[in-house]
Design a protein around this ligand. Structure first.
Ligand SMILES: C[S@@+](CC[C@H](N)C(=O)[O-])C[C@H]1O[C@@H](n2cnc3c(N)ncnc32)[C@H](O)[C@@H]1O
Length: 294
């Protein structure tokens, strides 16, 4: 018999069964606008030597509120510093995160170690490959997966800080490789083609854990790798469709409020948009086998 992680996914709210989440109409309307902006708060991990690529707690909260009820189970297959878990704890959702690197799992578990008194839900990080998820989580229990996988191998090279101006280019990150690990299972070591294949395989194997009409949201950006534009959001859409998911929505994470003192690219002959000014949040669902998704 499989020993699944013991964690509840029971709703704690009185919402109607068919409602997607506990969200109020006013917030639903705000979320219909496909461009979202966030600010970081003091609890966010901003030190890149602790973790090089975190998303804001406010982003995870907005996604969790849009797609889950209180008490439901949230999964982050690439949990990093535990941002999704912290957001889930704030919002009284159960949550499980996976990461290959023990240091990040310890950090995640430490960040969620003091839940508010009387907190009704559990959050935990597990040190394991995302490929093992369906062996660890009971079938049909997860309502939402929200994650940001490694962006293929864009961090696995010496930083050139090309978007920085003047002396800022030569900051403490310059010339360093900020990749999570060199473990061959780490998606951050893979070329774009292998990355697409790995995402597809991982999410295909994960399918059993999702409840009917669960949403899966993936944060990703496009990149320049070895002088070539790599539209990673297209790789993600292809990977997920090949794994049997239906692509539903694109949300743009407008990052202009957190990008400052940028350098000039390409002027006056080579037009290039700055990748740091926006990222994608791609929304997928798993259609029920006997029902075409609406
Ligand atoms: C972009 S980071 C996630 C950051 C996270 N959203 C946060 O806010 O801290 C991607 C994470 O995926 C992890 N990772 C890479 N390959 C993995 C795999 N095969 N299974 C589980 N985790 C993996 C890396 O260690 C890294 O922490």
């Amino acid at each position: 018999m499989t020993d699944y992680i013991k964690i509840s996914n029971e709703r704690l709210c009185g919402c109607y069964q068919g409602y997607l989440s506990c969200i109020e109409a006013r917030d639903w309307m705000k979320n219909q606008i496909g461009v979202w902006e966030f600010t970081y708060e003091p609890r966010d991990v901003r030190d890149k030597s602790i973790h090089p690529a975190v998303f804001p707690i406010s982003m995870a909260k907005r996604v969790i509120e849009q797609f889950t009820h209180r008490g439901e189970l949230v999964l982050d297959p690439f949990v990093g510093s535990g941002t999704t878990l912290l957001a889930a704890q704030d919002l009284e959702r159960n949550a499980i995160g996976f990461d290959l690197k023990k240091e990040y799992v310890d950090l995640s578990n430490e960040r969620i170690s003091v839940p508010p008194e009387g907190h009704p839900c559990k959050q935990l990080a597990i040190c394991d490959d995302a490929r093992s998820i369906s062996k660890k989580i009971a079938p049909k229990t997860v309502k939402l997966a929200f994650t940001s996988p490694p962006y293929a191998n864009i961090l696995n090279r010496k930083r050139k800080n090309k978007s920085r101006r003047g002396d800022l280019r030569l900051n403490e990150q310059f010339g360093k490789i900020e990749q999570y690990s060199q473990d061959p299972r780490d998606l951050g070591t893979l070329s774009v083609d292998d990355f697409e294949k790995a995402i597809s395989e991982i999410f295909y194997a994960m399918k059993p854990v999702f409840m009917q009409k669960a949403h899966i949201l993936i944060n990703i950006t496009d990149a320049w790798i070895d002088g070539k534009r790599e539209p990673l959001h297209i790789n993600i859409v292809n990977a997920m469709r090949n794994a049997g998911y239906e692509f539903r929505n694109t949300i743009i994470w407008d990052r202009r409020n957190i990008v400052n003192r940028i350098g000039i690219f390409g002027w006056p002959s080579n037009y290039i948009t700055m990748g740091t000014t926006f990222e994608y949040i791609l929304d997928f669902i798993l259609p029920a086998p006997d029902e075409k998704a609406r």
